[in-house]
Design a protein around this ligand. Structure first.
Ligand code: AG3
Length: 275
């Protein structure tokens, strides 16, 4: 018998993958968690029916969430990841020698537990000495932080279920307060094909709070439409005006110095969303 998984990315469109076997399935306190082995993309974490990460294409998302803001900031020492319980962003953060401390605040401890078990090359750095893992509500953590972080990365699910607060203007205001005077933040902001209003709204909200607001893109085959966006808010440093000398060599598979710049060049229909 053949087993296929479909994520209905909209009511009328989906992505389908052939499944070898189910590794784990459970209703956690926050969401439905499925870990499956796919034929094409290796092990895959699915939350509430939505693809979160796969062994084959995870590097694109994790490198782009981490390295764009971390190279934008001249000396990131204290960084925070909100969400991201699979550990992929943390793994990339730790490639930056300036980082002294990386805090991960993930609301669902089960995501951490099963990522460690079934996605070891993604979650493997969560036990590093520079990392503090807190199983807690990211929104509350931000609300209680002030002038603390150089860079904050929001690696959330979609704005349904547990992450709904993480797409509000109040949250971005909290992030601004939690950042130091020259801090930078990034959030994953979905795709321009099926959720264009979300991109427009987040840009509008972030612009009202951060003097520098920008959008960049990456190709992620297993996410809706394959074209993903990230919104940056920055107090001082402009991600598209980085001195060449700022870039240092790190091991990556997607991110490069040239790609950093190229990622901010948007197709016209995407540019139009943020005018
Ligand atoms: N977080 C964003 C995934 C969004 C995908 N959406 C979907 N499949 N509908 C990914 C977490 C990776 N660390």
């Amino acid at each position: 018998m053949e087993l296929w998984f479909t994520e209905k990315q909209t009511d009328r469109f989906g992505i389908t993958m052939k499944i070898k076997r189910t590794l784990h399935t459970e209703q956690t306190d926050f969401q439905k968690l499925d870990m499956v082995e796919t034929e094409e993309f290796g092990n895959m974490l699915v939350l509430d029916g939505m693809v979160m990460t796969t062994q084959k294409d995870e590097f694109v998302y994790h490198e782009m969430v981490a390295h764009v803001p971390l190279f934008t900031h001249p000396n990131p020492e204290n960084v925070l990841v909100v969400g991201g319980g699979d550990g992929g962003v943390i793994r990339e953060v730790l490639k930056h020698p300036s980082v002294k401390k990386a805090t991960l605040v993930e609301i669902d401890g089960k995501v951490i537990e099963y990522s460690k078990k079934y996605l070891p090359e993604i979650a493997g750095m969560l036990d590093d000495a520079r990392v503090e893992v807190k199983v807690d509500d990211g929104f509350m953590h931000i609300a209680n932080s002030e002038n603390e972080y150089d860079v904050i990365m929001v690696d959330s699910t979609e704005p349904v279920g547990p992450a709904v607060n993480l797409f509000t203007k109040g949250f971005y205001a909290g992030i601004s307060k939690a950042l130091k005077g020259d801090g930078v933040f990034v959030a994953q902001t979905d795709n321009p094909w099926f959720t264009p209003e979300l991109i427009t709204n987040v840009q509008r909200d972030v612009k009202e709070i951060f003097p520098i607001t920008r959008l960049y893109i990456a190709n992620i085959p297993t996410y809706p439409s394959g074209l993903w966006t990230f919104t940056i808010g920055s107090k001082k440093h402009d991600p598209i005006a980085i001195e060449d000398s700022r870039f240092h060599d790190i091991e990556t598979k997607y991110y490069t110095k040239d790609l950093h710049k190229a990622a901010f060049t948007l197709p016209r229909f995407v540019e139009d969303l943020i005018k």
